[in-house]
Ligand binder design. Structure first.
Ligand SMILES: O=P(O)(O)OC[C@H]1O[C@H](O)[C@H](O)[C@@H](O)[C@@H]1O
Length: 631
């Protein structure tokens, strides 16, 4: 059912003023400033008719807000009867709000500050039933319910750090065995007991995988690997030949001491398969025996698992059916690479487990994941109307936003809800790090289009004890970083840009484990609140299918060109002729692109015309295969 929400215009009267709340509107003049500079385009929903409270506010609001037309259903509007974007500016009231809402996890030394998100008490109350439902769904998920109904799967990443929660003893055993096997294997590799055939010990890891089979290990390596790890790690996470060549070239002679870890839950992802084939070729060319240096992490009996078994690879580790790629960091996917780099994986698991306990609380205020979900819903109207900019002020957390991008966007970006309604849900995530980004795009965040909220990640410990010094009286380098974060938070808020701040003491295996667990749970809770399946990714298949069709068409193009190129004399063809002979006139644009790509790679010869003028081209193959290999 389409609904049109409250109209706010300058001619409207005070019956459109938002309902006052206890902490709102202390300094009308400052609020007015805020509205002038920061609120154009804000949608007004369910404005209360209980007005007449603040004329200054009325006029400012009326000047800048716009009409919002929405097609959300009545149910979708639950929890949205809020006087939005009226942010408190009085420092004393803000301090009270800060202390009232500050979440602290004592054991983890983790804080969550949601005071700079403007949700109201009324909004929290309205959302309460949805959260209760979400908490219940989460309990059932942890008990082994089929929480991913489309794929008929359980969702068990929480069991990985507390195996005793597993719904079956056999699963508990599988998890425990796999952690034990990872630790034992890593010890033997690092200790030099397991050696490569032609080097004294393994010195490098080349991790081949994509998506959830790469992003967690990449984030954790960047965050936690020591300066001189026992094994250094590199990644091949694409089917870009130049990127693959670069990684292999960088390894140089150390290929002989490289442990290649191929990671793929399904065991059939094309990019990962291609990476493997390319690496195996490099091994052959270097006269090395790949199977003595190869490790597979995949589901039992997948194509990759069977290949590794048949070829007798060095080791195989399981990926479980009930762990999704984007929540697999605490499985062998993340743990093996981490252990080999000398990262304390038991601490990572302990941090995640502590956070899991905290995020089981049924009290929103006392549950950091629920607080995040609450803020996301508030900030984005529960429909992803604003982006989440993630800004860790710490270089080692650079890849956190990229990691979260998959976790959040692949989980929440869904066309349909669990009842089959088209909802086109999502929450866009981007960001790099502060203060670096202050010199790039924060100008727009402060002054430009208001389509985001920020999550700051603050790390209190600047550098290890005993290394600090004052680069000017009373001020360290880390004080500048701290000042930049606080300054940006204040500057954004003064222009009505909302932000969340997550604070940890240090970047340690424990805090990184906790951060991962915090966001995994927040995504799960949020998905429940907006009634979507967070654990499948049906949309990803469309691109894969289309890519397969392009490659099939390319084979037909090659076959047609081959026939013409085997003639004597060679018969160059126009794009139209190729399309006709492929019986695919409707694919002419793609055929042109295929030919241009082949010509750029010396696999087709343009004999006439040029690629900038597609109709002018005549093309043939440089070599003719008498036996047509392309059909
Ligand atoms: O681990 P794999 O089976 O190779 O999958 C790798 C990635 O590819 C897919 O397309 C999915 O969208 C991701 O969720 C997954 O992490």
């Amino acid at each position: 059912m389409a609904a049109i929400y409250g109209l706010c215009s300058s001619s409207s009267t005070s019956n459109l003023i938002p309902k006052p709340h206890s902490w709102i509107v202390s300094y009308p003049h400052r609020i007015e400033e805020t509205f002038k500079s920061g609120f154009s385009g804000v949608s007004c929903k369910n404005w209360s008719t209980n007005g007449n409270n603040n004329n200054v506010l009325t006029h400012s609001v009326a000047r800048d807000v716009s009409v919002s037309v929405s097609t959300t259903t009545g149910d979708d509007m639950a929890g949205k009867s809020k006087s939005k974007r009226v942010l408190e500016m009085d420092p004393q009231v803000l301090w009270e709000r800060y202390t009232e809402w500050l979440y602290q996890h004592k054991d983890l030394g983790l804080y969550l500050d949601v005071s700079r998100v403007g949700f109201t008490d009324e909004f929290v109350q309205e959302m309460e039933p949805r959260f209760m439902k979400a908490f219940k769904a989460m309990e059932e998920l942890e008990k082994g319910a089929i929480a991913n109904p489309d794929e008929g799967r359980m969702v068990g990443h929480y069991w990985l750090r507390n195996p005793s929660l597993s719904p079956k003893a056999s699963l508990k055993l599988q998890i425990e065995n796999s952690i034990e096997a990872i630790c034992a294997f890593a010890d033997e590799i690092v200790g030099g007991k397991i050696k490569p055939p032609t080097a004294s010990r393994f010195t490098q890891i080349l991790s081949v995988g994509i998506g959830g089979s790469a992003l967690g290990p990449q984030f954790v390596a960047e965050a936690l690997a020591p300066d001189n790890p026992p094994l250094k790690i590199r990644f091949i996470d694409n089917t870009d030949p130049a990127g693959i060549d670069h990684q292999i070239a960088q390894l140089g002679p150390e290929l002989a001491s490289t442990l290649v870890i191929v990671v793929s839950k399904s065991g059939g992802t094309p990019e990962t398969r291609n990476g493997l084939l390319e690496v195996q070729k490099a091994f052959r060319e270097a006269g090395l025996n790949f199977s003595k240096q190869g490790v597979a992490i995949t589901q039992e009996s997948s194509l990759l698992d069977n290949t590794a078994r048949i070829e007798g690879w060095l080791a195989r580790f399981p990926m479980f059916d009930w762990v999704g790629g984007r929540t697999s960091e605490m499985s062998a996917v993340g743990l093996l690479a981490a252990a080999l780099q000398g990262i304390n994986i038991k601490e990572m698991l302990a941090g995640a487990s502590l956070m899991d306990e905290a995020t089981r609380s049924r009290e929103i205020k006392n549950n950091p994941a629920a607080l995040l979900a609450l803020c996301w819903y508030w900030a984005t109207d529960g429909v992803g109307s604003k982006d989440m900019v993630v800004l860790p002020y710490k270089d080692s957390l650079l890849l956190f936003s990229r990691y979260l991008q998959q976790l959040v966007m692949e989980s929440l970006g869904k066309e349909f809800d669990l009842d089959g309604n088209r909802v086109n849900q999502g929450l866009t995530v981007y960001g790099n790090k502060g203060s670096t980004d202050q010199h790039a795009y924060i100008q727009q965040l402060r002054d430009g289009v208001h389509n985001f909220f920020v999550t700051f990640i603050e790390v209190l410990r600047d550098r290890p004890p005993g290394h600090d010094w004052e680069l000017e009286p009373g001020v360290t380098c880390g004080d500048y970083l701290f000042g930049m974060l606080q300054g940006t938070r204040s500057a954004l808020y003064s222009n009505a840009r909302e932000s969340i701040t997550v604070t940890v003491q240090e970047v340690t295996p424990r805090s990184v484990g906790a951060l991962i667990a915090l966001y995994e749970r927040a995504v799960g809770i949020y998905a429940s609140i907006v009634n979507i399946n967070a654990y499948h990714q049906p949309g990803v298949e469309a691109g894969k299918k289309a890519a397969g069709e392009v490659l099939a068409l390319q084979k037909r193009v090659l076959s047609v060109l081959n026939d013409a190129s085997c003639k004597d004399p060679v018969e160059p063809l126009s794009i139209e002729e190729v399309a006709d002979r492929c019986h695919s006139p409707e694919d002419i644009e793609m055929i042109y692109k295929i030919i241009a790509h082949m010509a750029a790679n010396d696999r087709a010869v343009i004999s006439e015309g040029h690629c900038g003028s597609p109709r002018s081209i005549k093309v043939f193959l440089g070599e003719c295969n008498v036996e047509d290999l392309y059909d």
